[in-house]
Design a protein around this ligand. Structure first.
Ligand code: SF4
Length: 441
């Protein structure tokens, strides 16, 4: 893997300068991660610096100080999202990381109790997740019906294995404007290799039937494709299958790499795939939706007010997102499997415990913006995932996807003339005969 440090030239006035080649300079503000790329023939560091001084439109690179915005669950202004984790599933996917904890228990929290909690703390988005949420369709219907009666509105999302669909269920999604995500790994031989019922039979036919129902009822949906060893072996056939069936898709990047039998190799397979994919299809929504990758394109700075940068943590776990389990326990994020949980309530203990639990994640933000970075490119990674980091290395600062995303971003920068129209935040400007790609106009 190539590392950005290889291109590092100088740090001056809080801007890191990187010579990507003899004709390309990358500039990154060390606090905000705001960046620009300057292209020109035989361009020099002096010339680039001159440009930064003279060209107003690059002011957003000049942030010299910043304020840290510390939000918490009780004072956040952002909308809140609750993920409801149902305890059982009708499939036994070979790569499922929670299948050993499935239980036939009911979802013990009543819809009314959960609704009152959501109302008290201003949740505006509900995601039904599992296990398989449609095993609990009656509970879901009750929740949605009661919310309507009580005049509480939510954006609803469901992530399902799509094996239990009926016309009634699909009409229900339509009526209540659900965002529907279904799991489909590709053509039959790929999908059925992993996504199986307890008797070992594949679920492909059922999922394709659900696809047809959704299309017939005009319900928009997205396909979530889990990347496994088999995915990398057959990625071309899989993408062709998805395109041929006119499916919107995003990738489920392997979370516990060792569970996929690919170990460390999986990351290099993933990198090769992402580079080849972007060469072919550009930086489309599937790539921009890779968890955390789009943060490269969203610096924490107002271009009109660069001196007043306000940095906040982009991981909302325990601030504006929570997950609730069937026994009523709450966790910050469904991925933080081993992180301590708490019970929902509105008493002072709940408040104290929630803030206590969030503290280690808050401290992560301070590490990220500590000017003595151990990694000169760190400001660009504003969305390090603590769950991924904790599980892989037990260290908040180590996210195993960071080097891979760095290389993908480098690939973008080195081909920026070709790719920039894919990413609507990137603008092409020119000044003194140089071409500049900037994050803002
Ligand atoms: S559908 Fe999801 S929850 Fe069910 S076994 Fe497969 S991966 Fe696990």
């Amino acid at each position: 893997m190539v590392n950005f440090a290889n291109f590092f030239v100088e740090e001056k006035d809080n801007i890191y300068y990187y010579a990507l080649s003899k004709t390309e300079f990358l500039l990154v503000n060390k606090f905000t991660g705001a960046w620009a790329v300057i292209l020109g023939r035989s361009i020099t560091f002096d010339k680039v610096q001159e440009l930064v001084t003279a060209f107003d439109k690059l002011n957003y690179l000049k942030t010299k100080s910043f304020e840290i915005k510390r939000e918490n669950f009780f004072n956040t202004k952002k909308g809140k999202s609750l993920t409801i984790i149902f305890p059982n599933c009708n499939l036994r996917c070979k790569y499922c990381y929670i299948k050993n904890s499935f239980s036939t228990n009911n979802f013990k929290v009543s819809p009314l109790k959960l609704l009152l909690f959501c109302k008290e703390f201003n949740f505006n988005k509900i995601t039904f997740h599992g296990g398989e949420p449609l095993l609990y369709f009656d509970w879901i219907k009750k929740f949605v019906g009661l919310a309507e009666e009580l005049n509480i509105s939510f954006d609803y999302v469901i992530q399902t294995n799509a094996t239990l669909f009926t016309p009634e269920i699909v009409e229900f999604f339509k009526e209540h404007n659900f965002s529907v995500g279904i799991s489909l790994d590709g053509p039959r031989f790929v999908h059925d290799a992993n996504r199986v019922f307890p008797d070992g039979s594949g679920s492909f036919d059922k999922v394709m039937r659900a696809v047809k129902l959704l299309k017939d009822h005009h319900v928009p949906f997205e396909v979530l494709v889990t990347m496994t060893d088999l995915f990398f072996e057959h990625s071309k056939e899989i993408i062709t299958f998805l395109k041929k069936n006119n499916l919107n898709y995003s990738f489920n990047v392997p979370f516990l790499t060792k569970n996929f039998g690919g170990g460390e190799d999986l990351l290099s397979h993933l990198e090769t795939f992402l580079i080849e994919y972007t060469d072919h299809y550009g930086f489309d929504s599937a790539i921009m939706n890779l968890h955390g990758f789009s943060s490269f394109f969203t610096p924490n700075v107002d271009p009109n007010n660069p001196d007043k940068a306000v940095l906040s943590d982009n991981c909302g776990a325990g601030i504006n997102s929570l997950a609730v389990y069937s026994d009523g326990s709450l966790s910050f994020c469904p991925l933080l499997l081993t992180y301590p949980k708490l019970h929902f309530s509105s008493n002072t203990n709940f408040k104290r415990e929630l803030l206590e639990l969030r503290k280690p994640l808050d401290d992560r933000l301070l590490t990220l913006i500590n000017p003595s970075y151990t990694h000169p490119f760190l400001p660009l990674h504003k969305n390090l995932c603590p769950a991924r980091a904790l599980i892989y290395s037990k260290n908040f600062n180590d996210d195993y996807l960071v080097p891979l995303y760095e290389n993908l971003f480098l690939h973008f920068l080195k081909n920026i003339g070709h790719f920039y129209e894919d990413v609507h935040f990137v603008h092409k400007l020119s000044f003194q005969g140089l071409t500049i790609y900037a994050l803002f106009k």
